[in-house]
Design a binder for this molecule. Sequence first.
Ligand SMILES: Cc1cc2nc3c(=O)[nH]c(=O)nc-3n(C[C@H](O)[C@H](O)[C@H](O)COP(=O)(O)OP(=O)(O)OC[C@H]3O[C@@H](n4cnc5c(N)ncnc54)[C@H](O)[C@@H]3O)c2cc1C
Length: 405
Amino acid sequence: MKKVVILGAGFAGLHIFYKIRHLIDKKFELTVIDERSHSLLKPSLPEVAFEGAPISHSLVELEHTITHKGANFIQDRVIDIDAQNNKLTLQNGEEISYDYLFITLGAVKDYDAIKGFREYGYSVCDDTQAQRLWERVKSFEGGKVVTGAAKSVWGTRVDAPDLSAPCEGPIGEIMFMLDHYLIHEKGLKREHDFKIDVFTPGEIFFEDVGDVPRNAVGTIMQERKMDLHNNKVLTEIGKDFIAFEDGTKMACDLAIIIPPYSAPKVLKESNIGDEKGFIPTDKEMCHLDYPNIYAAGDITALAQPKLGHIAILQGAIAANRFLKDIGEDVEIPPFDLEVFCIMNMGGHDATMIVSNKLYGGDLDKVFHSPVAKMMKWGFDSYLYYNKGHMPPDFAMEAMDKFIQL
Ligand SMILES: Cc1cc2nc3c(=O)[nH]c(=O)nc-3n(C[C@H](O)[C@H](O)[C@H](O)COP(=O)(O)OP(=O)(O)OC[C@H]3O[C@@H](n4cnc5c(N)ncnc54)[C@H](O)[C@@H]3O)c2cc1C
């Protein structure tokens, strides 16, 4: 029986697992490898950092989720991929061979690339950082807050949008959720007790969507007295300042950043990525040099921005391309990317953004309403209670119809 391995059980890896699991032990043996015991549902981390939500609601246990469907689960770090010989090496020394490989390792959040981050900086991008930030937010009694994304640099092998930041949606959540918390939970006053400044490494903030959502977010920022600073490439965080490549500094009592994204070490060293280590694929998510390797999610060079919604779209394409390659009668979904996210703004407030302007389309919508917040709760809870399984197709189609309305 053919051996199939999924490397990384995040959004993309789990989606592929659910898409192909019906053929486990009928057409192939499946092994899922992840260094974590639990998959991390990152979209709910801002609730951990700004509302004190329990981290357990952002975690999907992997061993039982994977093995009770007949696949094998190995919790270990992959340290080498020998694509010429279809072989992987794990940190424990074990070698694993495969006939087909899915690479869904996500991107590394490179906090150490920012001088001073470990001493003075905060973030929301993983379970440790989100819980650490909540401790700081609870004790914050006012002052200057600065938030923004550091600049990330991508490879050039495939034709994908060259964004300055991996995704600025979480910055929107940070600024609005913190503003809500400081006013409604701590009783502080904007401008009098605290001020939130936002920076972007790009020419424009929210560069992955069109004018409609961007202007809507800009208007709310103005109403909430938040200043935006464009073209600011973060270099250092100090005790009471944050510094940029152009030599400017801002006073800062609390710096909350999205660090640069990079490829995992194993891909930089295994020589199967582009010059930055991200996996170059065609639009059926097949590796450009190795036809038995598929990739999806943040680790692909084509995933711009780095978004769970795109990881899921790509995961569905990769899964069906593989199923077709092993003789199944399936259709490969088209590579029609769009930016879709629901930005939590604290309390009952949220903004849903749907746009394909970045890819030359004309969809560019924004929906600011408590209904968007309910949709986010519904979606995040569905993922958590269904162990990372996406809502069924009819629910996604209903959502599309709702967006059109
Ligand atoms: C704060 C925050 C909020 C977000 N909110 C949203 C949102 O509202 N909507 C949205 O669509 N997207 C959102 N995103 C983006 C989304 O979370 C990512 O795009 C998505 O998780 C990418 O999925 P993935 O499967 O590619 O990678 P990941 O989910 O990162 O999974 C990668 C997996 O690979 C494993 N792994 C990595 N290296 C190794 C190794 N060497 N050996 C073994 N295992 C390894 C990791 O442990 C991990 O489980 C958010 C991101 C952040 C940081």
